[in-house]
Each structure stands twice: as C-alpha cells, then as structure tokens.
Design a protein around this ligand. Structure first.
Ligand SMILES: Cc1ncc(COP(=O)(O)O)c(C=O)c1O
Length: 461
C-alpha cells in the first residue's frame, strides 16, 4: 500500500474521522440501492427555502451536511441510471465501476503526468488499448480520458487544426473550417466557435448519413476545411455516418477525420453493429463516452488518436516548472486541453478487469436487442409510427394525431408518476419521441407495456 499508517489529525482540520465515516458509509450503502424514478429537479428558490445557508463561518458539521444531501439535495436530482429512464442519453454504470470511483477519489492520484500517476495511467492505458483494438488501430495509437464528449471533441479538433497549420505552413485566407452534417452533436459547433473555425454543413443522404460523395465537391472547393467530423451514432437518431467513404474522400483532400462516438462508439464492442463502423480503422481521432454506454460513472470520455504525435504537438504545455517532466513517457496531459486530471478511466478499468470484455459485449448487445424489440413493437402498433429502423440503440417514433402539447403532457405525466422518462424531440422538422437504450437492466417488455397502455388516448392524457 502506498500509505500504511493512519494519518494524524490535521492541525487545521482536526479529527475528520466522523466526516469521513459518514460519507463513506453513505457511499457504501447507496452504491447498491435501487433508484427512485420519481426524483426530479426543484427550483433554486424552493431548495433555498428548505436548505438555507450551508456555507457558514464555523461550518454546519458533517451530520447536518450529510443529512441535507441525502434527504433534500440528492432527491432534487434525476436518477440517470433508472432502468425506465430512456431520455436524452441516460447512464448505467456497473456497481463495480461506481464503487471504484470512490476508490479513485480516496487514492487522489495526479493523472496528468507519468511521473506522478504511472500505475494508474498504466491501467487506464490498458483500457484505451482495448478500445484501440476495437477500432482496429495500430500499436502506436494512444489516448487519454477527459471529462466528456464536449472536451474530447474540442481537444481532437484543436489537434486537427494545429496539425493542418504545421502541414500547410500558414492559416488559409478566411481562416480554418470543419465539415460535418447538421446531425453532428452540438458540441462540434461549439468547439468550432471556440477554435475560431467555420462550420461547413454537409447534406446527408436520404437515410441521414454523412457520405464521402457529399463531401467531395465541398472539400475540393474549400481549402479552409482541415477537418471532417463523422458521427459514430448521432445523439438524436443513433445514425452512424458512412465512415469508410468519409475517410477516403477526406484523406484524399488532406483533411483530418474525427469520429464522434460519444454515444454510439460503445457499439464497436458488439459484433451485430461493428460493420456499421467500417472504415474507422483509418480515422485520425475518435471519442467514446464510457459514462454513456460503456457502463462507467460520470465523468468519462475516452479520446484516442491513431497517431498521437500531432496531439502532443498541439497540447503539450511548457513552462520552467514543467521542464523536469520526462517527455519520453506517456503523459496524458499532452493529449488534450488540460494539465491536472483525475484518473477517471479507472472505474471503467476496474469494471472491465472484474467482469471481462465478453460481459461488456453482452451488455451492449442486450441494449441493441431491446431497441430492436421495442422498434418492432412500435412498427406493429396501430397507434404509433416508427420513424427509422434503429441502427444502434435509439428508437424514434411518433403518435400520429397528437399535438406538441399532447406529447409534452404525456411525457410530463409519465415522468411525474415515475413510469417512464421519455422526452419529445424533432426529426425531419416534426415533433417525435425518442427512447435511448443504454441500460442492460431495462426490460423491453415493460417499455412496450407502458407505450401500449398510455398512448391510445387521442390527447396524450
Ligand atoms: C454524439 C455526442 N457527442 C458529444 C456529446 C457531448 O458529450 P458530453 O455531454 O459528455 O460533453 C454527446 C452528448 O450527448 C453526444 O451524444
């Protein structure tokens, strides 16, 4: 063990054993407790009225703070991992991963540089290697865990822009641009804004895919485009772009290809979906959020580069006090926009090491099968209309005849009752409903039962 003796009381904080034991006991108990699907947000005014001031000169004490958290604050949050929460992209971490997150906190390793975090970084790198193997990437591929897909996309696109500058020697007149479909995640446009890049929107094919054919003319006409972003599972509809043709065309025009698999990248582990990602072997960078569909707790995004050298060139930080860093080692801080970092890949490492990759494949396949089963039931229902055959685990459908108000009323009623969390979206300009299956504990029969029982009324009541 790195530490073997009990820490003496601190001259400033005193004896913190009561505070520690209250927090750890709560964490131990909570990790295996069933979720309450009725928990929900409350207004800040409402919370202020009940909680009052907690930040005071002499502190309120561990017992009071813990009680407030347990009884008031946490119930005012949504249970992301409830099996009937199918809204947005929910979460479904394994109990092993959640428990190990507490271990990661207790170990408090600085994960920015090898010198400080070697053992922990080594384990994270084994997980990244597993993902690189799923991608079909070579031994030199490397990556880092960052906080989320937004930070992963930003860091990858900063690398792409920096690489283009080094390759081409100068910024083009009019600045840099990236190309993506309008279905790309909102974080791509937000990254472009932060990087001062224009976004060139590429039309999708009739089934919603970004293709090389649609890119060809745009890339030939616009030398500002230094990066193309393909989705490895769009958030709204779970569509995987035609990565093979995108890579072929983009590389022929000297553009970097980044694949955003924040949600859908987990399906690389599923033999029944792997073919949809054909061509990803040649992409330049990739992200997947284990906090979405790889059964890890927040916050965790795996960012990988087929060749990490451009990332190190773009992101390495240099300062007098950092000169001692051994740059020959694998320093996670060199591969993204950060320096200090929590070794947030470790909960996934522990869970993968515990359960094995076959269990992960089975869990992802189970979500895919649930989505297909619910989609088939919707297709055969008299009241509902399936809008797309699911490519991954998102099911988008309509209740013909309902007004937008009816959709909202139905969604709110079911959320309040704790029956099902499903919020309206839009597809092709029309209001629709969307179910995202990322939780292997979700029972598709229970979802079908709810849809059958609650969607017949003509007004959503
Ligand atoms: C495809 C895709 N990319 C990026 C993101 C952003 O990820 P995060 O919320 O972890 O920043 C999301 C979030 O839903 C996503 O679905």
């Amino acid at each position: 063990m790195r530490c073997s003796a009990t820490a003496p009381p601190s001259p400033v904080w005193g004896d913190e054993r009561e505070a520690v034991s209250r927090a750890l006991q709560w964490a131990a108990a909570h990790t295996t407790v069933a979720t309450d699907p009725k928990t929900t947000a409350r207004s800040a005014e409402d919370l202020q009225a009940q909680v009052g001031e907690t930040i005071t000169e002499s502190g309120i004490g561990a017992a009071a703070a813990m009680a407030l958290f347990d009884e008031v604050l946490l119930p005012a949050t949504r249970a992301s991992e409830d099996p009937m929460n199918l809204a947005y992209i929910p979460a479904a971490p394994t109990r092993a991963a959640v428990a190990f997150d507490t271990v990661v906190s207790a170990a408090n390793v600085f994960g920015g540089i090898w010198e400080n975090g070697a053992g922990a970084i080594f384990a994270e790198n084994q997980v990244l290697r597993w993902i690189a193997d799923l991608l079909g990437w070579p031994a030199e591929a490397a990556g880092v865990f960052v906080s989320g897909g937004t930070m992963g996309n930003l860091s990858a696109l900063a690398t792409a822009r920096d690489h283009a500058l080094r390759e081409r020697g100068a910024r083009p007149a009019g600045g840099w641009a990236l190309a993506c479909a309008s279905t790309a995640h909102s974080s791509v446009a937000s990254s472009a804004r932060l990087l001062d890049m224009d976004v060139v929107s590429v039309p999708v094919d009739d089934r919603g895919h970004l293709t090389g054919a649609a890119l060809e003319e745009l890339l030939a006409a616009d030398p500002r485009i230094c990066a193309v972003v393909a989705s490895g599972g769009t958030t709204n509809a779970g569509i995987v772009d035609d990565i093979a043709s995108v890579v072929e065309v983009a590389h022929r025009h000297g553009a970097w290809v980044h694949v955003d698999g924040a949600y859908g990248g987990a399906a690389l582990a599923a033999p029944s979906a792997r073919e949809r990602f054909a061509g990803i072997e040649q992409a330049d960078s990739f992200i997947v959020d284990p906090h979405k569909w790889l059964f890890a707790p927040y916050d965790c995004c795996a960012l990988l580069y087929r060749d990490p050298r451009p990332a190190a060139a773009a992101h390495s930080q240099h300062a007098a006090y950092l000169d001692a860093i051994d740059r020959g080692e694998s320093n996670p801080s060199d591969l993204a926009a950060h320096l200090s970092r929590r070794t947030r890949g470790l909960p996934l490492w522990y869970s993968l090491a515990t359960h094995g990759t076959a269990a992960y494949t089975a869990a992802v396949e189970r979500c895919l099968a649930s989505a297909r089963q619910v989609a088939a039931a919707i297709e055969s229902s008299e009241h509902l209309e399936l809008l797309l055959e699911p490519e991954l685990s998102v099911v988008v459908f309509r209740r013909p005849g309902w007004t937008p108000a009816a959709y909202r009323r139905w969604s709110k009623r079911l959320a309040t009752e704790g029956t099902l969390l499903c919020v309206p979206t839009a597809l092709g300009g029309e209001i629709a409903l969307r179910l995202a299956f990322v939780n292997p504990s979700t029972d598709p029969d229970a979802v079908i039962e709810v849809l059958t029982a609650t969607m017949q009324e003509a007004d959503g009541s």
